[in-house]
Design a protein around this ligand. Structure first.
Ligand code: SF4
Length: 250
C-alpha cells in the first residue's frame, strides 16, 4: 500500500512551520493516543466522547497544549477498522491532534459511519469530508505566532456550511482584536449562524481563580462590544482544564 508523505501544507499560516514526518494512507494512521473523556470545548462541551488524537502538526503555537503530539514520532500506527473497534458503541467521536488533516482521513471517517464525528483542525489545511458531522476550526491568531488563512477557511465555509464552528483561543486583547478583524474580513462568506466560540487560553491566562477572572474580563469585553451582537458568539472556558488541568488523556 503506498504511503502518502504529508508535508507542511500550512505554509502560508505565518510563523514557524515544520515539515511533518508523519506518513499515512487511508488504511494506516499515525495515532498519538486514544482516550475517553468529555468534550472540553465548543458547542458540544461536556459531551462524553471517544478521542482519537492523531500524531504530528506542522505548526508550533506558542501555547500549544499538546506538545507531545507535534513531532509525529509516537510510533503507533492503526488501521481505521482497529480504531473503529476501539470506539465501539461510543456515539460521539472526536478526531483531534496535532493537526489531524495532515493525514488522509477518508478511510477513518468511512469506518466510523453512523457516529457523530467532530474533526478539530487549525483551519490551515482543507479537506472535503462529507461524513464529518462537525468541523471545529480553530484559526490561530496573534499570540499563537501564526495568522489565519482566509482562503482555506472559505473552502470550509463553501463545503461544510451547517457543519462548522469557529473556535478562537484568546490570550490577550490583541487576539480579540484580530478575531474581530478576521470575522469582519470573512463576513460575507461566513455561513449564517456559524457558532463562534471565544475561549481564554488556559496556560497564559493562568488557572483556577486567575483563569476565571480572565474569563470574566473577556466576557465583559465581548458583551460590551456591539459588534458581536450580530453573531452567534459564545464565551466558554476549556472545561477539561478546569476539571483536570489539561493532563494528557483527559
Ligand atoms: S495547531 Fe494545535 S496542535 Fe498544532 S501547534 Fe497549534 S495548538 Fe498545537
Amino acid at each position: 500500500m503506498p504511503l502518502v508523505a504529508l508535508s507542511a501544507a500550512a505554509g502560508a499560516a505565518g510563523g514557524n512551520v515544520k515539515k511533518s514526518i508523519v506518513m499515512s494512507s487511508p488504511h494506516s494512521l499515525a495515532v498519538n493516543e486514544l482516550f475517553i473523556s468529555i468534550q472540553g470545548e465548543g458547542g458540544l462541551i461536556g459531551m462524553p466522547s471517544a478521542f482519537i488524537r492523531l500524531d504530528g502538526c506542522p505548526l508550533r503555537c506558542t501555547w500549544c497544549d499538546t506538545p507531545y503530539a507535534l513531532e509525529g514520532t509516537a510510533g503507533h500506527t492503526m488501521s481505521p477498522a482497529e480504531i473503529a473497534a476501539w470506539v465501539g458503541s461510543c456515539r460521539h467521536v472526536v478526531i483531534t491532534g496535532g493537526e489531524p488533516l495532515i493525514q488522509d482521513l477518508t478511510g477513518l471517517v468511512a469506518a466510523l459511519e453512523g457516529k457523530h464525528i467532530t474533526v478539530e483542525t487549525s483551519g490551515t489545511i482543507f479537506a472535503d469530508l462529507p461524513e464529518v458531522s462537525l468541523f471545529s476550526i480553530s484559526p490561530k491568531v496573534g499570540s499563537s505566532g501564526y495568522t489565519p488563512k482566509p482562503a482555506v477557511l472559505r473552502k470550509f465555509f463553501a463545503t461544510a456550511a451547517g457543519r462548522l464552528q469557529l473556535k478562537f483561543i484568546i490570550a490577550d486583547d490583541r487576539d480579540l482584536d484580530e478575531v474581530r478583524a478576521l470575522v469582519t474580513t470573512l463576513d460575507r462568506s461566513l455561513p449564517p449562524r456559524t457558532p463562534i466560540i471565544l475561549q481564554p487560553e488556559s496556560g497564559r491566562a493562568g488557572r483556577g481563580l486567575e483563569y476565571l477572572r480572565y474569563l470574566t474580563g473577556l466576557t465583559e469585553r465581548v458583551v460590551g462590544d456591539g459588534f458581536w451582537k450580530a453573531y452567534d458568539v459564545r464565551i466558554l472556558p476549556q472545561l477539561h482544564y478546569l476539571l483536570w488541568n489539561g493532563v494528557p488523556g483527559r
